[in-house]
Design a protein around this ligand. Structure first.
Ligand SMILES: [Zn+2]
Ligand SMILES: [Zn+2]
Ligand SMILES: [Zn+2]
Length: 141
């Protein structure tokens, strides 16, 4: 998605196109990989965008919960990495422990569950990430 497509998504979801939100999304569309709130904050500070850390965190949360961004606990330490969503379909991610590469995965464990396994819960939300060693890193060993 480029910034124009993202802005169309924002208006469809009734999210305001604010100046800090635009600066964050612009930095994300230009980033070469996944970014954390901290690396985004440093990047925006370099550009003198004057956006405080909590605004960045709040926007990253909102944009990932509304499906504009993907969010992954890359190093399984609770510090999330974000990227503009790669594919439209609901998906999960494969994460390389060695190089940190993140690939979308066309699989959802929630779809494999039946209602007795989930005890009749509604509004189910799944968090599922798979960690391993990518093919490129296997070659290096
Ligand atoms: Zn994704
Ligand atoms: Zn790797
Ligand atoms: Zn899922």
């Amino acid at each position: 998605m480029d910034l124009k497509q993202i802005n169309q998504q924002l208006s469809k979801k009734n999210l305001k196109i604010t100046r800090p939100r635009q600066a964050i999304l612009e930095a994300l569309t230009h980033a070469s990989g996944w970014v954390t709130a901290k690396s985004l904050f440093e990047e925006l500070a370099k550009q003198q965008a004057n956006i405080d850390f909590s605004t960045i965190c709040r926007n990253l949360e909102l944009l990932s919960s509304s499906g504009i961004l993907c969010r992954v606990d890359r190093d399984s330490n609770g510090i999330f990495a974000y990227s503009v969503r790669e594919i439209e379909e609901h998906h999960h991610h494969l994460i390389c422990r060695s190089c940190g590469k993140i690939s979308p995965m066309d699989f959802c464990p929630l779809q494999e569950l039946n209602s007795s396994q989930t005890s009749g819960y509604s509004n189910l939300e799944c968090r599922f990430e798979v960690y391993g060693c990518c093919q490129a890193c296997q070659g290096k060993e």
